[in-house]
Design a protein around this ligand. Structure first.
Ligand code: NAP
Length: 271
């Protein structure tokens, strides 16, 4: 698994991480056992950058329990998602109790960003967090993320980016590069939409020299072939999908022609 430096945070992140939004939102013992296996597989595959949030139901707590004593072998990105400072403080206290330390602390959808920022900065100063970032899941939120990057208020940004959602490329990536902010890509498969009608094996044959065997791998390689992207965090509930995704985390990266070819295939997938 290739690792990239997450901008000025200095954190060396695996290019493929693990999203927890749906896969880790479980309530029963069976679900917890599956997540424990999934977390172990992610660590074994080198995809140990876990992304979670108090917005994802049980996922944040389940991730903490799934990691257990393996916490030190993982990088944890979580978020504060609260309209008020008081609710945010309670969330942060809980996350620190669960994880001990948070490697990347995002403000989810930049909700009440200025209210949460002083506490997050103080966590970084005290070594309880590695860096402060901002996330937004909507293209319309990207300008606000960009402005915070330009101001130097966040060292990392988490946004969507795939062949059919390219707003971040022009609106955020140049500013992130200029300010040495790291980019983490969420929802690489459009929440699963891009995988519903995958291209035929024949259509993928041309991509084999790039180490691509499957359509999810083609999309992940498309995203990571922009060197300004530091990591992508696909969500999955299945070990075999996690392994398949992790296998896309290394060179050779794609050239412009192959990226254009994949973008055409993606457009056909959702017609
Ligand atoms: N900050 C924010 O506002 C925000 C918002 C959304 C998401 N996120 C983060 O981004 C992560 C990823 O987003 P997401 O989970 O919503 O969407 P996603 O990664 O675009 O897609 C997830 C879907 O793809 C499927 N999948 C994954 N790998 C596959 C494979 N190799 N083959 C076939 N199907 C595959 C999963 O199904 P299976 O379970 O069957 O594998 C799941 O249905 C989240 O988990 C979360 O950590 C952040």
């Amino acid at each position: 698994m290739e690792r990239r430096r997450l901008g000025r945070t200095g954190i060396a992140v695996p290019v493929i991480g693990t999203g927890t939004r749906r896969g880790f939102d479980v309530k029963d013992r069976r679900g917890l056992s599956r997540c424990t296996d999934l977390a172990g597989e992610a660590i074994d595959q080198g995809a140990e950058l876990f992304d979670t949030s108090p917005m994802y139901g049980e996922a944040e707590r389940v991730l903490a329990r799934s990691l257990g004593e393996r916490r030190d072998r993982a990088l944890v990105a979580t978020k504060v998602w609260a309209r008020t400072r008081a609710v945010g403080e309670a969330q942060i206290e809980q996350a620190l109790a669960d994880f001990g330390r948070v490697d990347l602390y995002f403000v989810h959808n930049l909700l009440a960003f200025r209210d949460h920022k002083p506490l997050l900065d103080s966590l970084v100063e005290r070594g309880r967090a590695g860096a402060v970032g901002g996330s937004h899941y909507l293209p319309s939120g990207i300008p606000e993320v960009r402005d915070l990057v330009a101001e130097g208020a966040i060292a990392a940004a988490e946004v969507p980016y795939h062949p059919l959602a390219k707003d971040a490329e022009a609106e955020l990536f140049p500013e992130a590069a200029a300010n040495d902010a790291g980019i983490v890509v969420m929802q690489p498969f459009g929440g699963g939409r891009l995988l519903e009608n995958p291209p035929s094996e024949g259509a993928l044959a041309r991509l084999r020299p790039f180490g691509i065997e499957t359509w999810p791998q083609a999309i992940l390689k498309w995203i990571l072939s922009d060197p300004r992207v530091c990591a992508v965090i696909p969500g999955t509930s299945k070990r075999e999908h996690l392994r398949e995704n992790a296998a896309a985390g290394g060179p050779p990266w794609l050239d412009d022609d192959e990226r254009a070819y994949i973008a055409d295939l993606a457009a056909q997938c959702v017609r």
